[in-house]
Design a binder for this molecule. Structure first.
Ligand SMILES: C[S@@+](CC[C@H](N)C(=O)[O-])C[C@H]1O[C@@H](n2cnc3c(N)ncnc32)[C@H](O)[C@@H]1O
Length: 242
């Protein structure tokens, strides 16, 4: 079950507003160009921010996500770009000779067990063509991002077009490494409705990430910085083939 922040229709509708301007996605468009990718699958596409940019750059794009409410938002933004939206998860990506599979927004951290992560890696491997690449980001555990989250006691009020003012509060609820749990509480100030979303993420070390990729038939080509978040992320570029 995806977290409420992605799966509840009222929360999915305000997700983009709280997600900011998405400077992070430019680097992934650059990587798609660098790899010459024409057919791209956006795994965990959410509300479609990256898929739309990829399609606007002339690529054939499939977006896959288990949160129907987020996919509805994505579809509503996709006027005529011909993106294929699939309600499914990383373990059910269709095999379609993709050149590139992308997981932005730290989707890789939602796979909490080794089995879940293995299923995702296997399914994506089968979905890629013989020269295909998997590219994703995951937060560096040594950077201890959760300490910033806890210290900031984030509390934000945004006036969301079509919805009105919404307050978001983030509380770190448990740190039991490699797992970090947090709760986002949203208050819709126009009618007072309060909705909460609980999330747990897994922080894998670079060694864990690389060895799991190798074990599932990928070759790690590069591990880079995210240009907009230096020192915080591993951006992993892996190719199918040993
Ligand atoms: C932080 S959002 C990122 C969305 C999008 N990639 C972006 O960059 O805007 C994480 C997404 O992962 C999706 N997700 C959760 N579990 C998943 C799974 N097992 N397979 C694929 N996606 C999943 C959620 O529904 C959510 O849309």
């Amino acid at each position: 079950m995806p977290d409420a922040v992605f799966a509840h229709p009222r929360l999915a509708a305000v997700y983009d507003a709280f997600d900011g301007d998405r400077d992070d996605l430019v680097a992934y468009l650059g990587i798609a160009a660098e790899l010459g990718a024409r057919r791209v699958v956006d795994v965990g596409c959410g509300t479609g921010s990256l898929a739309l940019l990829l399609a606007a750059s002339g690529r054939t794009v499939v977006g896959v996500d288990p949160a129907a409410a987020s996919l509805d938002i994505a579809r509503s933004k996709d006027a005529a770009r011909g993106i294929t939206w699939i309600h499914g998860d990383a373990a059910t990506v269709p095999a379609a000779d993709f050149d590139l599979a992308l997981m932005t927004g730290n989707v890789a951290q939602v796979f909490l067990t080794d089995d879940d992560w293995a299923r995702a890696l296997r399914s994506i491997h089968a979905a890629l063509g013989p020269e295909g690449h998997l590219v994703f980001e995951t937060r560096r555990p040594e950077r201890r991002a959760w300490e910033d989250w806890a210290a900031s006691r984030r509390h934000l009020v945004l006036d969301v077009p079509g919805t009105g003012p919404v307050e978001q509060r983030l509380d770190v609820t448990e740190v039991s490494l490699p797992f970090v749990s947090f709760r986002c509480t949203y208050t819709f100030l126009t009618d007072g409705e309060v909705l909460t979303s609980d999330s747990t993420l897994r922080f894998r070390s670079r060694d864990e990430v690389e060895s799991s990729l190798t074990a599932h038939g990928y070759q790690v080509r590069d591990v880079r910085e995210a240009p907009d978040r230096p020192g915080r992320e591993f951006v992993v570029i892996a190719r199918v083939g040993g």
